[in-house]
Design a protein around this ligand. Structure first.
Ligand code: ASP
Length: 488
C-alpha cells in the first residue's frame, strides 16, 4: 500500500473514532442498535486472521532464526525485555497511586463495596419478566424494546459470570505461590483451538482461543521443524508463504477499518448509556481514572519512547506513525489480540523491522507483554484497598508489584481480561474479590487506554529486540538490511 493512501486510512480511522464517540454520546443505546453491527463485522474479520497469523508468524520467525540455540537466545532476550518494561510500568502505577491516593475519602464518601450476585440475579430476573411482558403486549416498537432489554440482560449476565469466576478463583491458594500457580496454568490448554469457556455476551458464551498456549505450542513446533532436515525446511517455507498472504489479507481488511472503528466506538459508548452516563461514572471514579491515565501517559509517552530512541535507535515519532493504525485499532477494540494483525503489519511492513524479530516478538508480546494492564491492575487494587479504608503495608505492596506483573502476563489479549486476572492480585493480598464491582462501571474506557499502551509496548519491543536480541543470538542486529524495505 502506498504511503499517502495509508495516511488516508489513518485519517479515516481517526474520523471514525471521533464520529463514533459523537454518535454514542448523543444516541445512547440506539447507537448500539444502529451501528453496533458495523463494528462487530470489522472485529470478527480481524479475529478471523489472528489465529493463523500467530501460528504462521511464529513458525516462520523461528525458521528464519535458523536453529534452536538462536531461538532460545532470542526468546530469552524478548522475555527479559518484556518483564523489565512490565515491572517499570507497575512501579509507575504503584508510585502514582500512593502519591495521588485516589481512594482515600471520608467514610461518608466511600464507594459501595460490591456488586453482589444476589442483586445482579434479581436484576436479571426482572429484565426477563419485562421482556416477557413486552413480548406478550406486542405492537409497534416492541421488537426494538425487546432488543434493548436483551442487550441489558447480556450485560448483567456478563457481570454475573465475572463474579462466578471470582468465586471459582477464591478456592485457589492465596499469596504469591497461588498467583504463580494460576499464571503457570495459563501456558497450557486442553483444547488448542477453542480455549477455556469465555465471557458471556448476550445469550452466547464466547470462547476466545487460548493464545498463550498456542504461542508456546507454535514456538516449540517451529523449533522442532528446524531439527528434522529438508522436510522441516519445506514446511517452514510453506508457512512463510502463508504468513505473507495473511499479511496481505490484513491490508484488505484495513479498508473497512474507518467504518469498523466508527461502529465499535459508537456502540460501546452508546451501549454503556451514552455521554451522560459516562460523565456520571467519570465523576464518581474520576480520581482513580486520572491516576490510571496519568500512569499510562508517563509509560507510553515518556518511558517507551525513550527506550525506543536509546535502545532501538529509532525516531519515536516516525515509529508511532508507522504503527498508528494499530494504536487506533487498539483503542477502538480494546483487544491487543484482535489488533495483532495490524501491529504486525505496521512493525514489519511499515516500520521495516526485520521479520525474524517482528514475527517473533509481536505475537509473543500481544499475549505476554501488557504494560498497560499491569500498571492498571496495581493502581486498581491499591485504589480498592484505599477506598475501603485498608492500609497496605510495604510488604503487601511488594506482593502487588510481583503479582500484578504475573497477572498481566496471564491476561488474555481480549477486552477486560485484565479485570479477571486482577482477581489474582486481590486474592494475593487478601482483599475481597467482589470489590472489583466498584470499578466495573468505568473499566470499559480504561481498558481501551491500557490496550493502546499494551500494543505500543509490543511494537517498541520489536525494535529493541531487532537491535539487541538478534545480535545476541548471533544474527546481524539492527535495522540495517531492512531500511530499504521500510516505507516510513
Ligand atoms: N484488553 C486488554 C488487551 O487486550 C487486556 C486487559 O483487559 O487489560 O490488551
Amino acid at each position: 500500500m502506498k504511503g499517502d493512501k495509508r495516511y488516508l486510512l489513518v485519517l479515516g480511522m481517526l474520523l471514525g473514532l471521533i464520529a463514533g464517540a459523537w454518535a454514542g454520546w448523543a444516541l445512547g443505546l440506539r447507537a448500539d442498535y444502529y451501528f453496533g453491527f458495523l463494528g462487530r463485522f470489522f472485529l470478527t474479520a480481524l479475529k478471523m486472521l489472528v489465529l493463523p497469523l500467530i501460528v504462521c508468524s511464529l513458525i516462520s520467525a523461528v525458521g528464519l532464526l535458523g536453529d534452536v540455540r538462536r531461538l532460545g537466545r532470542t526468546a530469552g532476550a524478548t522475555l527479559a525485555y518484556y518483564l523489565t518494561t512490565t515491572a517499570v510500568a507497575v512501579l509507575i502505577g504503584i508510585i502514582l497511586v500512593n502519591l495521588i491516593k485516589p481512594g482515600v475519602v471520608g467514610p461518608e464518601g466511600r464507594l459501595p463495596a460490591a456488586e453482589k450476585s444476589q442483586q445482579i440475579q434479581e436484576r436479571i430476573a426482572s429484565l426477563e419478566r419485562e421482556i416477557e411482558t413486552v413480548r406478550q403486549r406486542g405492537g409497534p416498537g416492541a421488537r426494538r424494546e425487546i432488543e434493548n432489554l436483551q442487550w441489558l440482560l447480556g450485560v448483567e449476565k456478563k457481570k454475573l459470570s465475572n463474579l462466578a469466576k471470582a468465586k471459582r478463583f477464591e478456592r485457589e491458594q492465596r499469596g504469591l505461590f497461588g498467583a504463580f500457580k494460576e499464571t503457570l496454568q495459563m501456558f497450557v490448554t486442553p483444547d488448542i483451538v477453542r480455549g477455556p469457556p469465555g465471557t458471556v455476551r448476550g445469550d452466547r458464551v464466547e470462547q476466545p482461543p487460548d493464545t498463550l498456549a498456542i504461542i508456546v505450542f507454535s514456538i516449540i513446533l517451529g523449533g522442532l521443524l528446524t531439527t528434522v532436515g529438508p522436510k522441516g525446511r519445506l514446511v517452514i517455507d510453506v508457512v512463510d508463504g502463508l504468513n505473507q498472504a495473511i499479511l496481505k489479507f490484513v491490508q484488505i481488511v484495513l479498508w473497512i477499518a474507518p467504518i469498523g472503528v466508527f461502529g465499535l466506538v459508537a456502540s460501546k459508548l452508546g451501549g454503556t448509556g451514552g455521554g451522560d452516563a459516562f460523565f456520571h461514572e467519570l465523576k464518581r471514579l474520576g480520581r482513580y481514572a486520572v491516576t490510571v491515565i496519568v500512569g499510562l501517559g508517563v509509560h507510553g509517552l515518556i518511558v517507551l519512547p525513550l527506550i525506543l530512541a536509546l535502545l532501538g535507535r529509532r525516531n519515536p515519532l516516525r515509529y508511532v506513525l508507522a504503527v498508528s493504525q494499530a494504536l487506533l485499532n487498539a483503542f477502538s477494540t480494546a483487544s491487543s489480540g484482535a489488533t495483532l494483525p495490524l501491529t504486525l503489519e505496521g512493525v514489519e511492513r511499515r516500520a521495516g523491522v526485520r521479520p525474524e524479530a517482528a514475527r517473533f516478538v509481536v505475537p509473543m508480546g500481544a499475549t505476554v507483554n501488557m504494560d498497560g494492564t499491569a500498571l492498571y491492575e496495581a493502581v486498581a487494587v491499591i485504589f480498592i484497598a484505599q477506598s475501603q479504608g485498608i492500609h497496605l503495608p510495604a510488604g503487601a505492596q511488594v506482593i502487588i508489584f510481583l503479582t500484578a506483573s504475573l497477572a498481566a502476563i496471564g491476561a488474555a489479549a481480549i477486552p477486560e481480561a485484565g479485570l479477571v486476572t486482577m482477581l489474582i492480585v486481590l486474592r494475593a493480598v487478601n482483599l475481597d474479590t467482589e470489590w472489583i464491582g466498584m470499578i466495573l462501571a468505568i473499566d470499559w474506557f480504561l481498558d481501551r487506554c491500557r490496550t493502546t499502551v499494551n500494543v505500543w509496548g509490543d511494537a517498541v519491543g520489536a525494535a529493541v529486540i531487532e537491535r539487541f536480541g538478534l545480535r545476541w543470538a548471533g544474527l546481524p542486529g539492527g535495522a540495517d538490511g531492512q531500511k530499504a524495505k521500510a516505507e516510513t
